[in-house]
Design a protein around this ligand. Structure first.
Ligand SMILES: *Cc1c(COP(=O)(O)O)cnc(C)c1O
Length: 372
C-alpha cells in the first residue's frame, strides 16, 4: 500500500524547468523562430554525441526515420528489415516511404535485432536493415555491420531511445549510413517535439537538408521534391538546454540502474541484460517477470510504483501490418519477440528518483517473490 505521505513514483518524468522556459521565451522575443541560429547550434552541439557526424534537425523522430529512408532512395519495391519488437514508428517510417517491412526476430541479450535472423531475412529486394537500440541498449552492431557490408545494404539506426548509448566505444548513430534520434518529452532528452538525423556522408546530409525544406537550399530555387519537416528555433533552444544536461542525467540513470541491479533479488524477476562492450543509457529499465505479469504489475501499481509494458503488442500483430499479412498468407516466425512482449515490464529509472524512491522500488519488486 502507498502510505498517506508517499506519492506514487511515475514511470517517466519529463523536465520542463526554468532554463527551458527562459530559452523558449528568449527565442519567441527574438522573432527568429523557424530553422534559424538555434537549430544550427543544436545540430552542431548534438554532433558531439555521434562522433562529430553531420546532424540534421527535424520535427520528430518519425520524420527523422522517414527523411533518412527517402534520402537513401528507399521506396516502392524495396524491403527493409525491421524488428517487430519496437515502437510502431520504426516500421511506419518504412511503410510511409512505400517500401515493404520484413520483420526479423530479436536476441534476448539486447532486445535488439538478432544478426542471424537478419541474415536469414535478406532477399534480392532488401535495401536496408533498421536496427533499433531499444530501451537505450545498443543493438549488436558489431555483427550487423559486417552482414550489411557483405550484402551491400544500407543500415538505418533507430536510435530514438538511445542518446549517447555506445558499443565498444562507438556511439549509436555513428555506425550506419545514418542514425535517427527523437526528442519527444519522455525520451532521455527532449525539445518538446523534435528529431535528428546523423550521418557521416556530407552528400547525404545535403540531401537530408533539401528534403526537410521543400527541396530548397536557396529560397524558391527548388532542386528536388521535398517535405516540410523543419524544426523551430523554440524547439531547438529547449533541446540545447537539455543537451547540456543529458550527460549528467544519463550518469544518474546508470547509477539508478546499478542500484536496482544490486538490490532486486526476487526470483521471478530477470534483470535487464547488458551485452559485453555495451554502454546502456537506460531509457528504460526493463525486467522480465516470470509467472502472472498482470498480477505483478497490479501489485507494483498498488505500492505506488509506476510501471509499463513497452511494447505489449509486437508490430507485426498491429492491425496495419497484421491484416495485409493475413490477406497475403504471410506469417513471421518471431518466438523471442513474442516471448519478450509477454514478459517485459519497465520500472522507473529516471534521474529525478530519490534514494527513498529507489528503496521503495526495490522493496515492492522484491515482495513479488516467486510470483506463482
Ligand atoms: C519515440 C520513438 C520513435 C519516434 O519518435 P517521435 O519523436 O515520437 O516521432 C521511433 N522509434 C522509437 C524506437 C521510438 O522510441
Amino acid at each position: 500500500m502507498t502510505s498517506i505521505n508517499e506519492q506514487p513514483i511515475p514511470a517517466a518524468r519529463p523536465v520542463i524547468g526554468e532554463d527551458e522556459i527562459e530559452a523558449a521565451v528568449r527565442v519567441l522575443r527574438s522573432g527568429r523562430v523557424v530553422q534559424g541560429p538555434e537549430v544550427a547550434a543544436f545540430e552542431e552541439g548534438f554532433s558531439r554525441l555521434v562522433d562529430g557526424r553531420h546532424c540534421v534537425a527535424v520535427n520528430s523522430g518519425t520524420s527523422a526515420l522517414q527523411l533518412l529512408l527517402l534520402a537513401l532512395g528507399i521506396g516502392p519495391g524495396d524491403e527493409v528489415i525491421v524488428p517487430s519488437f519496437s515502437f510502431a514508428a520504426s516500421a511506419n517510417a518504412v511503410r510511409l516511404v512505400g517500401a515493404d517491412v520484413v520483420f526479423a526476430d530479436i536476441e534476448p541479450g539486447s532486445f535488439g535485432l538478432d544478426p542471424a535472423a537478419v541474415e536469414a531475412a535478406i532477399t534480392p529486394r532488401t535495401a536496408a536493415i533498421m536496427p533499433v537500440h531499444l530501451y537505450g541498449h545498443p543493438a549488436a552492431m558489431d555483427k550487423i555491420m559486417p552482414i550489411a557490408e557483405k550484402h551491400k545494404l544500407a543500415v538505418v539506426e533507430d536510435a530514438c531511445q538511445a542518446h549517447a548509448a555506445a558499443l565498444n566505444g562507438t556511439p549509436v548513430g555513428a555506425f550506419g549510413a545514418g542514425g535517427t534520434f527523437s526528442f519527444y518529452p519522455t525520451k532521455n532528452m527532449h525539445s518538446l517535439e523534435g528529431g535528428m538525423v546523423s550521418t557521416g556522408d556530407a552528400e547525404l546530409a545535403r540531401t537530408l537538408r533539401l528534403l526537410r525544406n521543400q527541396g530548397m537550399e536557396q529560397r524558391y530555387a527548388n532542386e528536388i521534391v521535398g517535405a516540410n519537416m523543419r524544426m523551430t528555433d523554440v524547439n531547438a533552444a529547449v533541446g540545447r538546454v537539455q543537451l547540456a544536461k543529458v550527460e549528467g542525467w544519463t550518469e544518474q540513470r546508470r547509477a539508478n540502474a546499478a542500484y536496482l541491479d544490486a538490490n532486486i533479488t526476487a526470483p521471478s524477476v530477470t534483470l535487464p541484460p547488458v551485452a559485453e562492450g555495451a554502454r546502456h543509457i537506460y531509457h528504460q529499465y526493463t525486467v522480465r517477470i516470470r509467472g502472472d505479469r498482470d498480477a505483478a504489475m497490479a501489485k507494483l501499481t498498488e505500492a505506488g510504483i509506476g510501471n509499463a509494458v513497452y511494447y505489449p503488442t509486437p508490430i507485426h500483430r498491429l492491425k496495419p501490418y497484421w491484416e495485409p499479412d493475413q490477406k497475403a498468407g504471410r506469417t513471421w516466425d518471431l518466438p523471442e519477440t513474442e516471448k519478450a512482449a509477454a514478459e517485459v515490464v519497465s520500472l522507473p529509472v529516471h534521474p529525478s528518483l530519490t534514494q527513498n524512491d529507489l528503496e521503495r522500488i526495490v522493496t515492492a519488486v522484491n515482495s513479488l517473490g516467486e510470483n506463482l
